[in-house]
Design a protein around this ligand. Structure first.
Ligand code: NDP
Length: 283
């Protein structure tokens, strides 16, 4: 019988996960299907329960439900507990296993695909939703000199810092929440936009002065055109990257959890970049 998976979120129409998992399944000869499931904002539990009851094998969870998914899981992996967020569910008998592959996906894209070493760098994580919760621990484990987390609602950034402290902190690295007002006086080597502002073509409140010479600006959002955040960063001389590589890398890690096999990410990312280039509006 074909094993069924889905990405569950709100919105999900833009998600490239079905194409990615179809490519992984083709390469590794796995019999599975993968679809998009839109969950009403107030009905996450009901939607996931119905998906599980339909004899599905698992799901990816996307915005804004990653913190709710953590609560929904009956068993959580260490990396999910590190940030208190879940992006991957595996249904195994009576158990609902909750994992988080966003952090490893982000770090693999930045370090391996983009060739940018995080160790010893000053890192700013902008946003404190499910995605930021999921990646903060992995960023800390990558050994930056500083990990600062900022958000328009500062209390949520402070909650991530507290969660990191509870799960062991980081190796010789300073990490703290930073209020938006402190940003104009700060410089960073790596600035990661983990807000959903780009989904509505909005710009999080990051001043141009934050970008140091040779810095990398990374937007977790991906699409046909550069986001306002990436345009701002490029105009200030920073190197830029969107979140397509992270999407493919985190998907490979979810696939490995579900299927026990690690698919190749390089050809899938190249295929998506090609499609992105073809569809890009010309002016
Ligand atoms: P959540 O809804 O959980 O969190 C949203 C975050 O964005 C909050 O910190 C919120 O701030 C902030 N925010 C929303 N609008 C604005 C705005 N206009 N200005 C400033 N801050 C804003 O979403 P997720 O954390 O799950 O996802 C965040 C983004 O990351 C999405 O774009 C998602 O698509 C992307 N993503 C990409 C992945 C990839 O593989 N490439 C993987 C995971 C996520 P506040 O707390 O104040 O409300």
């Amino acid at each position: 019988m074909t094993d069924r998976y889905a990405v569950i979120g709100h919105p999900v129409a833009h998600s490239k996960s079905p194409e990615i998992h179809a490519a992984f399944a083709h390469e590794t000869r796995q019999d599975l299907s993968y679809e998009r499931v839109l969950a009403p904002l107030d009905k996450f539990r009901q939607t996931v329960s119905a998906w599980r009851d339909s004899a599905a094998a698992g799901a990816n969870i996307t915005l804004p439900f990653k913190l709710e998914a953590f609560e929904f899981a009956t068993v959580r992996t260490a990396r999910a507990s590190r940030g208190g967020a879940v992006n991957t569910l595996k249904f195994e008998g009576a158990e609902i296993i909750g994992d988080n592959t966003d952090g490893v996906g982000l770090c693999r894209d930045i370090v391996d695909n983009l060739g940018f070493a995080i160790v010893g760098k000053r890192v700013l994580l902008v946003g404190a939703g499910g995605a930021a919760h999921g990646v903060a621990g992995a960023l800390l484990d990558a050994g930056p000199a500083l990990l600062a987390i900022t958000n328009r609602t500062l209390g949520k950034a402070e909650a991530i810092v507290e969660q990191l402290k509870l799960t062991g902190g980081g190796p010789d690295c300073e990490f703290r929440a930073l209020e938006l007002a402190a940003l104009p006086a700060a410089r960073f080597d790596l600035i990661i936009n983990a807000t959903s502002a780009s989904l509505n073509a909005n710009l999080p409140l990051v001043p141009v002065s934050c970008f140091a010479e040779g810095s990398l600006a990374y937007d977790m959002m991906y699409g046909m055109t550069a986001t306002p955040f990436l345009k701002l960063a490029a105009n200030s001389g920073a190197r830029t990257a969107d979140g397509l590589g992270m999407l493919v890398e985190q998907a490979a890690e979810s696939f490995a959890l579900w299927r026990g096999l690690r698919p190749s990410t390089v050809p899938v990312l190249a295929m998506l970049r090609q499609a992105q280039a073809v569809a890009r509006p010309r002016n």
